[in-house]
Structure formats: C-alpha cells, structure tokens
Design a protein around this ligand. Structure first.
Ligand SMILES: *Cc1c(COP(=O)(O)O)cnc(C)c1O
Length: 368
C-alpha cells in the first residue's frame, strides 16, 4: 500500500528527550527556538506559536477586534476550520468563488462582495500554492481591509518571491499530516509589532507580567514537547519541499494526457509546496471520481477527497445567523471542483518507483 500521507518525525527524538529530561514542559526556550526558525521561513519579524491552526485563525481575528456585523470574505472551498474560526470571531462570513487554476479566491468574485462592512480578506492558500496575492493584496489595500492568510497548507510557498504568511497575519497549521507538524499546533506570522504584541497577550491570559492583566485572554500556548517535534523539520524544510516538488513533477509528466484527467498547474511566479497533489476527474473520464478512488484503493494507492462539499453546505450551518443565505450553485467553479478533485500521494517518503507505480495504476484505471 502507498499511503496518501506518511508522518516521519524520527529526527526529533533527541530534542524531545532533552525537553523530557529538563522537566520544563510548558512554553519556554524550545517554543522560542521554533518561533525564530518559523519567522525565518515566513520572512516576517514575528512568529507566534499557538496550539492549533484553528487557534491561529481565531486569535488573528480576535486581535483585529472584529465586531458583530463586520464581514470577512473567504473561500468556500476549504477545511471547516476556516469557517469555524470566523464564526467564533463573531463576524459575518461572505463567500467568494474560487479560480479553477489555483483552487483559491478569485479576485473578480471577491470584488463583487466588497462593501462598507467588509473588514477582512481571508484567502486560503490551498494544497500548497498561494492564492492570487498579486491581485488580492492590492484589492485589500485599496479598500482598507486586513489580510488574514489561511496558510495552513502552504508553509514555505511564495508568490513572486514573497512568502506565504507575510501579507498581514499568516495562519499556519502544524497538525499531524501538514507539511510541517508538531502533532497539533499552529503559528501566526506578521511584521506588525502591535498585532504581534496583542497576539502574545491573548495567548497567555492577557498577561503582561506575572498577574498583570491587560486584556481578557485565553490559553493558546504551545508546549515545549510540541515545539521540539517541529524544529528539525524547519531545519530541513528546503529538502522536504524539494522532495515533494520532485514527486509532483514526476506525477505530472507521467499523468499528462490521461483521458478525462487534468493535472494540477503551478502558476507563473508562484512556488508550490505540494501539501496535496490534486487532479481533476472530468465528466468524460472512464471512471467517476468515486469509482477511480475505489479502484486505486484496490490497487494499493491511497487517495483523498479535499473537499467533497463546499464548507457551508452542511446542515449544521444552514440558517446560521453569521452566514447569509448561499447556495452551492452560486459558486460554479468551487462547486465543480468539489465533485472533481482527487488527491494522490506526493509526500517526501515516496521513492521514484512508488511514483511510477502511482502513475501506472492511475493511467491503467482510466484506460490510458
Ligand atoms: C488544517 C487546516 C486548518 C486547521 O488547522 P488545525 O491545526 O487542524 O486546527 C485550517 N485551514 C486549513 C485550510 C487547513 O487545511
């Protein structure tokens, strides 16, 4: 079996043991070390480690002081955490459609939603490639919006040389299957000193010095053990990303021309860090997406569907007071992608021959 993801954190053993022997388990020097390394990756002045990617999003929106009725524009083609975090902030969610080429917010669709209540633009850099920040960042600046990037899947990605997480507040996930993991965890990156200060306060009960509280806060802290798990991955991030890129190139070369299948594209000026390698199975393919996924499981290839439905299209969100009525059909591109997207293994543990096997099995299954 070639699994969709493989988690390999064996090289963290000695750092984790250092923490265990030190007896200092709660946020301390190891978290600081992790943050410094992460800030270098994102190219930002600050990196604030928290206990999940969801927390990173919630804390970022809280730091911006959103009020009920303020609007956040985001993508409906995302993991549910993006939506849950906005709901938690008390703001109203407005969904724009996505672009077929990058699976991320379509700037033209965003422009149609802008209004006096719009406060935040929250693009999701899906699968490891950044949204069209060349258009989205100027649009936000022109309308005085804060940018909060959901960069959970895109650590190390760039847009015209500028790193994911450096456009405003960058939110990363360190969940077990993400490109960099601490088992559970998250990071917020920013160049804004005041927001960084506010985030550090919120993370630790609003406390400046011992028992000196400046705001109502929370406990969003990361532990030393978690930070220790992540540090070696940041040290060798270039190598890990290069392996994913090599695998993606081999997959795209091998799968090109398979009837009914479209390979993912890397858009000009963007680097892709391949959290997922996602093909589209069109209506004229020999098998439906579901049939192909089942067939590949039979053949020993793991696959994943991210995401089978638009994020608001679940009963628990219908009629939600912070989600103005929306229908899947209002998002023609995202709606189509939900039905066609299928992710194949691209992780760094794959060998060249594993990738050959994936290519051969997919091509055979689709009658190529
Ligand atoms: C993983 C993920 C999150 C949430 O991160 P957690 O660490 O699981 O809380 C948010 N948004 C996207 C797009 C993600 O993929």
């Amino acid at each position: 079996m070639i699994p969709l993801t493989v988690v390999d954190v064996r090289d963290a053993e000695s750092l984790v043991i250092d923490v265990l022997r030190s007896g200092g388990l709660a946020q301390g020097p190891m978290v600081k070390r992790f943050e410094d390394a992460f800030a270098r990756v994102a190219g930002t002045a600050h990196a604030i480690a928290v206990n999940s990617g969801t927390t990173a999003l919630v804390a970022s929106l809280q730091a911006l002081g959103l009020r009920p009725g303020d609007e956040v524009i985001t993508s409906p083609f995302t993991f549910v955490a993006t939506l849950n975090a906005i709901l938690q902030s008390g703001a109203t969610v407005r969904f724009a459609d996505v672009a077929r080429a990058d699976f991320a917010l379509d700037p033209d669709s965003v422009a149609e939603l802008l209004g006096p209540r719009t406060k935040v633009l929250l693009p999701v850099h899906l699968y490891g490639q950044m949204a069209d920040m060349g258009k989205l960042a100027p649009l936000a600046a022109e309308h005085g919006l804060h940018v909060v990037e959901d960069a959970a899947q895109s650590v190390g990605a760039t847009f015209q040389g500028q790193s994911a997480g450096s456009y405003g507040l960058g939110c990363f996930s360190l969940y077990a299957t993400k490109n960099v993991t601490t088992a559970e965890g998250g990071v917020i990156t920013t160049d804004d000193d005041e927001l960084a200060d506010r985030l550090r306060l919120l993370r630790n009960q609003g406390m400046r010095a011992r028992y000196a509280y400046e705001a109502a806060g929370y406990n969003y802290r990361m532990s030393e053990l978690h930070a220790a798990v992540g540090i070696p991955q940041l040290t060798k991030l270039d190598e890990l990303v290069a392996a994913r890129q090599r695998n993606a190139r081999q997959l795209s070369t091998g799968l090109a021309g398979t009837p009914g299948l479209a390979v993912p594209v890397v858009l000009p000026g963007r680097s892709h860090v391949w959290h997922q390698y996602t093909v589209l199975i069109g209506p004229h393919a020999m098998l439906s997406r579901e049939e192909l996924a089942a067939e590949l499981t039979e053949r020993g290839i793991g696959t994943g569907v991210y995401y089978p439905k638009l994020v608001f299209d679940h009963d628990c969100f219908r009629g939600h007071p912070q989600i103005p009525a929306v229908r899947p059909e209002d998002f023609p591109v995202a709606h189509t992608l939900c039905r066609q997207a299928l992710s194949l293994p691209v992780h760094p543990a794959l060998t060249e021959s594993d990738v050959d096997t994936i290519v051969r099995e997919v091509r055979e299954a689709l009658g190529a």
